[in-house]
Design a protein around this ligand. Structure first.
Ligand SMILES: C[S@@+](CC[C@H](N)C(=O)[O-])C[C@H]1O[C@@H](n2cnc3c(N)ncnc32)[C@H](O)[C@@H]1O
Length: 385
């Protein structure tokens, strides 16, 4: 038995112990969970992602406890770090998607889960036909990535699936993520959020905490933390209401509602003020050739001009997405472009959705909401779908 040593407050140490016990001893498979907080909701999944998930070993999949899909786009050759990787389901799916030139590192503090993950490295490498393993697992705390040997600016993407809610010091985790991300990198993560600041009795309840509810962040606090650390504002991707479906636990949570949401947080280089831009997606991302659903607000259809705000322009320009976009400052339509400008539309800031509860409540939240890209009125037309 390997003991993890780390300096921490008594409260933090107790939570770590309880969570390790819950995910190492109490739960043996997804079906052992007492609520539906940690279950990925059914949603259309692109074919290449479905196939990648189907290739993962059964025992690994059986011990999956995630609450969302954390497999973003444009992954070839990327270096990815998975915070709280558990038995490694997302790591093994990502290892196929980044290919042999990329790498995926999973880190988790629960020894039993790390053991299951490590057990199947050779199985997956053989299945994918990779000569050299492109996946590794580390036993460690996600608040203490430096102690686990994770270097500054060493990853293109950090992912996490239903883990940050389990950590008492969320700011410390996000700060560490900021440190290890390269400039232009992103944290793409699914987690549970609360509709209000949770009262002490919910936060102190061990089962609610273990079930990913008791430690849920008030959703508005994510933007505050992100700004404090230096990330761009959170981009909401998907959201689904959690119904708990356990009478006893539901009675304890009172008026508080919970949502499982996926956000992207970008770390951009410090450059001068950005400008609103027109962007055109070239359709070059595998599995997303016709359109790229970037988040709940922006869908980029191949070949169409979209007007984007300063921050979105800066993200596209400075991230791994830059190679797939033509980006230029706004300055009217040239003669050459006037034809394509007929399929152009911009989105005003009041249309932008940031509240995961609002998104979850929209009946058809699987579709991109009010996506800019198609309008009939020519350059600059604003029209809601
Ligand atoms: C809900 S499970 C999700 C596991 C995995 N992401 C998945 O989708 O199956 C939460 C995982 O986070 C890990 N975890 C919680 N707090 C952690 C911490 N402070 N450091 C490292 N791992 C942590 C637990 O050990 C557990 O494996």
């Amino acid at each position: 038995m390997l003991t993890l040593l780390a300096v921490a407050s008594p409260e933090e140490t107790e939570i770590w112990k309880d969570v390790q016990d819950y995910y190492g001893q109490v739960l043996k498979k997804s079906a052992d969970l007492q609520t539906n907080a940690c279950v990925t909701p059914a949603r259309p999944v692109p074919k290449h992602i479905r196939e990648a998930l189907q290739n993962v070993h059964e025992e690994v999949t059986l011990r999956y406890y995630g609450c969302g899909l954390v497999l973003p786009e444009c992954l070839e050759s990327c270096w990815i770090l998975d915070l709280g990787s558990g038995s490694g389901r997302d790591c093994y799916a990502l290892s196929q998607l980044v290919g042999e030139k990329g790498h995926v590192t999973g880190i988790d503090m629960t020894e039993g889960q790390v053991e299951v993950a490590k057990k199947y490295i050779a199985y997956h490498m053989e299945r994918y036909g990779f000569q050299t393993p492109n996946v590794s697992f580390v036993h460690g705390y996600i608040e203490k990535l430096k102690e686990a040997g994770i270097k500054n600016e060493s990853y293109d993407i950090v992912i996490s699936n239903c883990v940050i809610n389990l950590v008492p010091d969320k700011q410390q985790v996000l700060q560490e993520v900021y440190r290890v991300l390269k400039h232009g990198g992103e944290l793409y993560f699914s987690d549970v959020y609360a509709s209000l600041e949770l009262p002490e009795d919910i936060r102190k309840h061990k089962v609610l905490w273990g079930e990913c509810l008791g430690g849920a962040l008030y959703w508005k606090d994510l933007a505050i933390l992100a700004q404090k650390i230096g990330f761009c504002s959170p981009r909401l991707v998907t959201a689904h209401l959690i119904t708990i479906q356990n009478k006893e636990l539901e009675s304890m949570t009172g008026d508080c509602r919970f949502v499982s949401a996926t956000f992207r947080l970008f770390k951009l280089p410090k450059t001068g003020p950005a400008k609103r831009c027109q962007v055109i997606y070239n359709g070059g991302i595998t599995g997303h050739e016709k359109e790229l659903i970037f988040d709940a607000n922006f869908t980029f259809k191949e070949g169409e001009i979209v007007e984007v705000d300063e921050e979105t322009a800066a993200i596209l320009k400075n991230s791994r997405f830059a190679q797939d976009f033509l980006i230029r400052p706004i300055g009217g339509c040239s003669t050459l472009e006037s034809k394509v400008c007929l399929t152009f539309r911009s989105l005003s800031s009041k249309d932008i959705i940031t509240d995961p509860f609002k998104l979850a409540e929209e009946s058809d939240n699987m579709k991109p909401r009010c996506a800019p890209g198609v309008a009939s009125g020519g350059c600059g037309t604003k029209k809601c779908c």
